[in-house]
Each structure stands twice: as C-alpha cells, then as structure tokens.
Design a protein around this ligand. Sequence first.
Ligand SMILES: [Mg+2]
Length: 126
Amino acid sequence: MLDTDFFRRWMTAAAASVEREANDLTELDSAIGDADHGSNLQRGFTAVTEVLEKDAPATPGAVLTLAGRQLISTVGGASGPLYGTLLRRTGKALGDDDEVTQTQFAQAFAAGVAAVCWGAPPSRGR
Ligand SMILES: [Mg+2]
C-alpha cells in the first residue's frame, strides 16, 4: 500500500531533481525558448515543498491535489498548467483514501495523463 508519506516523499524527490537539473533545463530552453524553464519549475517545486510542509495534507489524494494547485499558481508558461493538471487530476482520482494500492495509483495517474492530453477523463470517451 502507498500511504500519504509516500506521496509527500515523491514530491520532495521531484523538487530535489528539479533543483539538481534546473540549469540544464534552462540551457535546453534557451536553445528553443525563453530560457526560463528550469527557474520556473524550481520556483514551483520549492513552493510545493513549502505548502506540503505548512498544510500537511492528510491523504495521498490531498497531497497531489495541493501540489498540483500550487504548480498551477506559481509556474508560468505552459509547464505550470501541464504538470499542475497532471498532479491535481491524479489526486482527485485517488479520492479520500488514507492509503492506495499500486493499481489505484496507476489508474489515477492514467486519469491525470488523460486530463493533460485531452482535458477530460477517459470516461468521457475522448
Ligand atoms: Mg519558457
């Protein structure tokens, strides 16, 4: 079973990865964009880490929903809404359970990916 702490650690690990790779992300973005991808994601995931510590959400779904909302409100450009929607919709699909199975997580993540791809859960038939 995957508990709330598992999802909190996932977001913390993601924040650490973004921190580590921020310069490379920005360098890649400078070749084709406006050279802010690394710093945008860094700002977003720093805010995610802070809000998860401050609000201490009680369920896996609440962790991802809060993290997603935070990314949407702090990361500019397209990446905030894209990563934020992925996490928010995955979190909503997990519901209010204190722990989830790997299968539940996989299904919820698929719903999050579908929301990013088509803006709607797969059950809407798109
Ligand atoms: Mg950019």
